[in-house]
Every structure is written in structure tokens, then in C-alpha cells.
Design a protein around this ligand. Structure first.
Ligand code: CU
Length: 170
């Protein structure tokens, strides 16, 4: 009986200590982190590797969009983005300028950070990745002043495609 009670007290003490540590960590974060997007919540976004042509300006614009949203970006300049698309199963009709990887999830083209985060929270079985085919004016990194409607397409290894999200009147 006595040892049981002691164990209980120890457990409670540990929880109180842990709670105290968490509070301290949050306070430390608040004072040192800049208050931008995900960073203010003390979260780090996903690490993403982007393959792009060295001369692609809109690709760079998209990279900056991801960074603004807390993603940890690694850019690899290549003159053969086509080979990367082929290796990772991007269907020809879904191709865009850059191709990116988050672990083995493929992100093709100007997919908004919010869609990527939503997908990563709830990945779909057998899905290779997401694409915004072509170069849609108004999509992240393609801020030209015009805002065309577009869809984010989820594609699977077996060739199936489905609409993941739609962006209209944004
Ligand atoms: Cu582009």
C-alpha cells in the first residue's frame, strides 16, 4: 500500500515538473522566435527538396512561398528536371516547372503550402503526390496580377488522378 501511494505522488510530481518545463519552453520560444506564420507556434514545417532549373524565377518564388510558411527548403539546381519527373512518376500531362520531394511524396509545380500541409496530415494510400499542372497565373510563385482558377491534382502510381483541391476566386 505504502509503495503504491509513493509511486502515485512521484507520478504527480513528474507531471507537475513536466508542465513547468513546457511552460518555460513556450516562454523561451515566444521571446526569441519572430512572429511569422508557423514559427510563432514553435513548429517547424516539413523538410522539402526542390529540383529546378537554375534560371527558373517562378520556381524561386515558390520556394520563398514555402519558406514563408515554415518549410525547411533545400534547392537543387539541375538542367534536367525532366529526368527527376520521370524517376518519381510524374505523369507527362501533370508536369510543371519544378519537382519537389518531401520524403517520398512528390510535389509537382506551384502547389500551395496549405494544400501540402493538409495532404501530409492525411496522406492517401498509394498516392505518389500532388501537382498543379502547367504554370497557373496567380498560384504561389506566379503572382502576375492575374488570378486564374486552378486545381491541385493527386496522382497515383497506377495512373489514377483525382482533384485534391480547387482554387477559385481567391
Ligand atoms: Cu513555375
Amino acid at each position: 500500500m505504502k509503495t503504491k501511494k509513493l509511486a502515485l505522488y512521484t507520478g504527480v510530481a513528474a507531471i507537475v515538473l513536466a508542465a513547468g518545463a513546457t511552460t518555460l519552453a513556450i516562454q523561451a520560444n515566444e521571446s526569441s522566435e519572430p512572429s511569422t506564420s508557423l514559427a510563432s507556434a514553435g513548429e517547424t514545417g516539413p523538410a522539402i527538396t526542390i529540383y529546378k532549373s537554375p534560371s527558373c524565377g517562378c520556381c524561386q518564388g515558390w520556394v520563398e512561398h514555402l519558406e514563408t510558411n515554415g518549410f525547411e527548403t533545400r534547392v537543387i539546381d539541375t538542367d534536367n528536371v525532366g529526368a527527376i519527373k520521370q524517376t518519381h512518376g510524374v505523369p507527362g500531362e501533370l508536369a510543371s516547372c519544378h519537382t519537389a520531394l518531401i520524403d517520398d511524396v512528390v510535389i509537382e509545380g506551384h502547389v500551395p503550402a496549405g494544400d501540402i500541409l493538409a495532404y501530409l496530415k492525411n496522406p492517401r494510400f498509394n498516392t505518389l503526390g500532388l501537382s498543379v499542372p502547367g504554370m497557373v497565373q496567380g498560384s504561389p510563385g506566379m503572382e502576375t496580377g492575374r488570378k486564374d482558377d486552378y486545381q491541385v491534382i493527386a496522382f497515383r502510381a497506377n495512373g489514377q488522378q483525382s482533384v485534391f483541391s480547387e482554387h477559385k476566386d481567391y
